[in-house]
Design a protein around this ligand. Structure first.
Ligand SMILES: Nc1ncnc2c1ncn2[C@@H]1O[C@H](COP(=O)(O)OP(=O)(O)O)[C@@H](O)[C@H]1O
Ligand SMILES: [Mg+2]
Length: 265
């Protein structure tokens, strides 16, 4: 933790981009309560690329939404880059999200009447920041759409639309970029383009990325995988490959099935 004393400067431990402490999220009222997250704690370093996997209904989206300030945990705390996201009022949370968080959705969520460039600068406008069109153009160049600035979303392929959504998420230089099944609506080739882009933003710019996916190939683009089941973290894997992730997911699904059968017996 602490640097050695002496002539040699202390080597900085890599910063912590995201921290969750015992996060619980319970939906519904008494009688039909669903525990979507059941005490999740984690710490992700700056510049890491993490995939979140788990069976359907295991709490992946809830985890992402709570970590990104789109939803509020019932209990527990969330820190982004050392600043606490939980505990603030609604206005502060919205500001926090706009300034420090990027989010990419499965269905792109671009505004259909705005051009590629207008969609990309929108978060800067919403945050009341200077609309730096040169920066937006540079980000769009990075995602390979520098020649499509005036196009409308409907004039682009799904893969291109998702790359605009990534440019829009990156334009504010967020501390963490969250993506919930970003390749879920894409063909294999576009999916690879999008994953390569996320990978590259980590490698070249030290971006921190957290991505939910159910695709072992997509997960293999990440540095590590967190496995969720029934709202809890049940596993961690470094240096994932598509094969080892697929194997682990099969075992996890069997395990969850077995426990559910036992619970019902
Ligand atoms: N808004 C909501 N109201 C009630 N239950 C919800 C809500 N959102 C999610 N859930 C429940 O919480 C659990 C986790 O959901 P979710 O995080 O969407 O899982 P995943 O993304 O892994 O499929 C599920 O049982 C789901 O039905
Ligand atoms: Mg989900």
């Amino acid at each position: 933790m602490f640097g050695r004393r002496g002539a040699e400067p202390a080597r900085q431990a890599p910063g912590e981009a995201l921290r969750l402490e015992n996060v619980r999220r319970v939906y519904g009222a008494e009688g039909n309560r669903v525990v979507a997250l059941d005490g999740v704690s984690l710490s992700l370093p700056t510049g890491s690329f993490t995939a979140v996997m788990g069976p359907s209904g295991s709490g992946k989206s809830t985890l992402l939404q709570c970590a990104a300030g789109l939803d509020r945990p019932t209990e527990g705390r969330v820190f982004v880059d050392g600043a606490e996201l939980t505990g603030d009022g609604e206005a502060a949370l919205t500001r926090f999200r706009r300034e420090r968080i990027g989010f990419v959705f499965q269905q792109f969520n671009l505004l259909p009447t705005l051009s590629v460039l207008q969609n990309t600068v929108l978060p800067l406008k919403l945050a009341g920041r200077k609309v730096d069109r040169d920066r937006a153009r540079a980000v769009l160049d990075r995602v390979g759409l520098g020649d499509r600035l005036g196009h409308l979303p409907a004039e682009l392929s799904g893969g291109q639309q998702q790359r605009v959504a990534i440019a829009r998420a990156l334009v504010t230089e967020p501390r963490v970029l969250f993506a919930d099944e970003p390749t879920g609506a894409l063909d294999t080739r576009s999916a690879r383009d999008v994953l390569g882009l996320l990978r590259e933003s980590v490698r070249a710019f030290g971006q921190t990325v957290v991505m939910v996916t159910h695709d072992p190939v997509a997960a293999s683009f990440a540095d590590s995988v967190l496995y969720l089941a029934d709202g809890r973290i049940v596993g961690y894997q470094a240096a994932p490959t598509a094969e080892t992730v697929a194997e682990r997911m099969t075992r996890l699904a069997d395990e969850v099935e077995r426990q559910r059968t036992m619970a019902e017996a």
